[in-house]
Design a protein around this ligand. Structure first.
Ligand SMILES: Cc1cc2nc3c(=O)[nH]c(=O)nc-3n(C[C@H](O)[C@H](O)[C@H](O)COP(=O)(O)O)c2cc1C
Length: 178
């Protein structure tokens, strides 16, 4: 797919068809994301591919806001970083997760980022149990790693609208000679 087409097609999708992407496709998507640049080329990002219904349902319950739709996703990829190698592991995670989302579009699928890092399970209890603590009760997170986000993915159940025009004038700052 043309790069500009991938950019235009990438939307956050939270409603999926029941078709499960093959493991070959899931692995290919993760391999694409592994090409992401990383601080000092440390490759600190780790991807846990989940296609087990019961576990996906548990992941959906990590927060009482903005994660329940995950239950309708046929697959989820938990994006985490090795915190022992560089203080920029979080930046590495975010870049990798973005690459993951672009590759997902290239494979004819759709996705949505569900944030984990620092987020409480209960919105009304910001100092209470964290989504990451909850995930650790049933996922084996590798030693030294922390979770950044979960990318829920599958085949979209509808044709998402293309990205709307953004007020780019406000986002772009030029510093020129004239
Ligand atoms: C850092 C980050 C955190 C996000 N967290 C969530 C989330 O927890 N739940 C959710 O449904 N969407 C989440 N999203 C998706 C955004 O809501 C979405 O990207 C935004 O509304 C723009 O829509 P678009 O992706 O279709 O362009 C997140 C996106 C980013 C980049």
């Amino acid at each position: 797919m043309e790069f500009k087409t991938i950019l235009a097609k990438r939307r956050s999708v939270r409603k999926f068809s029941p078709t499960t992407p093959s493991r070959e496709v899931l692995l290919d998507i993760v391999r694409d994301a592994l090409t992401a640049p990383s601080s000092r080329n440390m490759h600190t990002t780790r991807f846990m591919i989940v296609d087990d219904r019961e576990t996906i349902d548990k992941i959906a319950g990590m927060r009482d806001y903005g994660s329940s739709f995950v239950t309708g996703a046929p697959a989820a990829i938990v994006v985490m970083g090795d915190t022992t190698k560089t203080d920029l592991w979080r930046e590495n995670c975010a870049i990798s997760a973005t690459m993951l989302q672009l590759s997902i579009v290239d494979h004819g699928l759709a996705s949505c980022w569900v944030h984990v890092a620092g987020r409480p399970c209960v919105q009304a209890e910001p100092e209470g149990k964290k989504a990451e603590e909850y995930l650790r009760t049933f996922l084996t997170i590798p030693e030294g790693c922390e979770v950044e986000c979960v990318v829920a993915l599958g085949y979209s159940d509808f044709e998402p609208k293309p990205i709307p025009e953004w007020d780019s004038e406000a986002s772009i700052i030029w510093h020129t000679r004239e």
